[in-house]
Structure formats: C-alpha cells, structure tokens
Write a protein that binds this ligand. Structure first.
Ligand code: KG4
Ligand code: ZN
Length: 347
C-alpha cells in the first residue's frame, strides 16, 4: 500500500481547520482557528464575515500545521477539502486554496463531504470502532442516524424533520439569554439546574421510526418562560430539563437503530457529541445492552481539518477517492450524505 500524506482543509462554517494525516504515522498535526469571537456580537454566524476571515487565516494556518508536523509542501501526496454542505462563500475559500495548491504541486485534490469527516472522526481514536456500526451524527446542522458499513457506505436510517439537535441547543440558549454558541453555554447552565422542576415533551419518542423533531421543544421552552411566575433564576432548571429531553430522545432512537440493524456499536459524531450528559447516558444505556459507544476526542467533535485529512486518507486506502480534474471544481452548500455513494466524491 502506497503511503499517503494528506493535507485536509475545512472551511464550511465558522472554523478554519487544517489537518495533516499520514497513513503510516497517523495524525501528524492539526490546527483550528475558531471565529467565535468574530460572530459573538451578532448572536450567530454572519456568512460574509466568515468567508473573509477564512481568507485571512487559511494560508498562515496551513504553514503552521505543516511546520508543526515537520512536513514540507513537497512531501504531501494529496489535498483533501470540504466541498459541502455548508456556507457557499466559506466553502469556496477552502476549495480554491486546496485546488490551487493541488494544481501547483501536481497533486490530486479530493473533495470531501463535511459529514463524512464527522462520521469517520471517532476512528482517529487510539482504539477505533470497527465497521459496521451505527453513527449518530449530531451537529449544528444535522441530526441523523446512519448505518456505516465501511468508507463510503452510508445508509440513512432516520433524521430530524426540522431543527437539528445542535440548532435546538443554540436557539434555546438564545431564548434563555445565553450567548453564542449556545450549546456549550446551555450545557454549563444545566449543571447548576435542579432536575424535575420543569416538564418538557420528548418529541417523536414513540413515532415508531428513527426520525427526530426538535423545533417543538424550543417552543415549549419559550412557553415555559412566558408562564406566570417564571424568573431568570429558574433558567438552570429549564436548561437541565431541555438537555434531558434531547438526551432522552437521542438515546432512545440510537438504541432503536442498533436494534433495527442488529449492530452492537454506536459511534457518535458532531458538535453535540461533546455534551457530557449525552456521553454519560449513552455509555450507561448501551452497556446495559451489551453494546458499546465510541466518541471522538473532544477536539475532533467540533469542526476541524484533521477529520477531513483523515477522510481523504481513508478514501485513498479504500480505493474510492476521486480527484477533481485540473482545478475543475464546485462547492455543494446542500449535499445529503446519503447521496454519497462510494467514489462519488467529485463536485
Ligand atoms: O459539528 P459542529 O461543530 O458544527 C456543525 O457542523 O454544525 O456542531 C456545532 C453544534 C452547535 O450547535 C453547538 O451549540 C453544539 O454543536 N454543541 C453542543 C455542545 N458543544 C457544541 N451542544 C450541546 N452540548 C455541548 N457541550
Ligand atoms: Zn460540523
């Protein structure tokens, strides 16, 4: 097997991420520049500002990552980059830099699906899960259960019919007066809360399928805050109940997905995978059923370039990497992961 040394570039949203994955030595280096401070004043990501900041950060970050990994541009064997889904302008920054580099260095440029990056990121761990497994993808834009048979073999089992879990965390955090990004802030607030003071619904818990719905939960929180006698001092109690409701539904559906697929391994990926309560509850619930749950390291839960470099290297190893032709590329702001058949990675 030929050695590969892949540079990964991630610019789909508000993080500039660069990673360097070596098929023989594993992850050599990765760097993330988060734009949180830039967008905080606006309470959410401003796409135009995001694109401009990626332009500012990307080249210095590539230099820094290569230096830290002790790798020269000439040593690289491929450039992997996120083509979608995400913000069009932000994606274009990573795509143009990746394609320009590939053209200049005469290397293949590998377009990568952002969610495939998340999905495979738990395999960066020292003791990775083996295929096949069920993946619970919980990010700011997606909540999906997939059956993962191997690299490029992804079967959608169920997904959110409205808001994603991360989006629900963010919107509820906003309702409770917390800053952006709301997910981690809400989880911190929940730690001070008393369980059982509020009762929120568990949407679609018994829907009989593997789909989710989280927008009603946010509305239920809003209704609770409008009730007579509600004061900001109760926000932690509401936060803990909100978190419990989301964790309950995610756990219930993940277990149902394992049962349906007769699999014993669950891999959790995406930003909400950083949630401690979700980690604890899934660990316990799966252990009781003789199943195992795998989480990415915390630093690979949120957007990063390591997972993109890794996905590129995995595709090369599996023989299903398809390079773009001589800089002919396009980004795909909307791109369902289930469209991603093996080898169908080109834009
Ligand atoms: O995967 P990610 O970094 O970006 C997307 O591709 O969307 O996920 C970001 C999402 C945000 O909605 C954020 O609020 C949420 O993950 N998040 C959390 C936690 N940390 C990040 N949600 C709940 N608890 C956390 N600890
Ligand atoms: Zn992401």
């Amino acid at each position: 097997m030929k050695r590969s040394l892949v540079l990964g570039i991630e610019t789909s949203c508000d993080e500039t991420g660069i990673g360097l994955y070596d098929s023989e030595r594993g992850l050599r280096a990765h760097r993330v520049f988060s734009q949180i401070d830039l967008h905080a004043a606006y309470g959410g990501v401003v796409p135009e500002l995001a694109s401009r900041d990626h332009v500012r950060r990307i080249v210095p970050l590539i230099r820094e990552t290569l230096e830290s990994g002790g790798v020269r541009l000439q040593d690289l064997t491929a450039i992997a980059y996120t083509t979608g889904p995400g913000l069009a302008g932000a994606l274009l920054v990573g795509a143009s830099v990746a394609e320009a580099l590939a053209l200049a260095l005469n290397l293949p440029a590998l377009p990568i699906h952002h969610l495939e990056g998340h999905l495979l990121s738990p395999l960066l761990a020292a003791e990775p899960a083996e295929f096949p497994f069920v993946a619970l993808l919980v990010s700011g834009g997606h909540t999906q259960l997939m059956r993962v048979g191997g690299v490029g073999d992804y079967q959608l089992l169920g997904e959110s019919v409205d808001d994603a879990a991360g989006e629900a965390f963010d919107k509820t955090a906003k309702l409770l007066g917390l800053g952006y990004p709301g997910g981690p802030a809400l989880a911190r607030l929940a730690e001070q809360g008393m369980a059982g003071r509020f009762k929120l619904p568990r949407p679609m818990l018994h829907s009989g399928d593997l789909n989710f719905s989280f927008s009603g939960l946010k509305t239920a929180v809003l209704t609770a805050t409008q009730q007579l006698g509600y004061g900001p001092e109760q926000a932690p109690d509401l936060a803990i109940e909100f978190q419990e409701a989301v964790v309950d539904v995610l756990t219930h559906k993940a277990l149902a997905a394992l049962k349906q697929t007769r699999l014993k391994r669950l891999v959790v990926a995406g930003g909400v995978g950083a949630n401690r309560r979700l980690r604890t509850v899934l660990h316990e619930a799966l252990a009781r059923r003789g199943a195992r749950v795998f989480f990415p390291e915390l630093e690979y839960c949120s957007d990063n370039g390591a997972m993109i470099a890794f996905a590129g290297a995995m595709r090369l190893r599996a023989g299903c990497a398809q390079a773009t032709r001589e800089g002919a590329f396009a980004v795909r702001p909307r791109w369902p992961l289930s469209d991603l058949a093996a080898g169908a990675g080109t834009a």
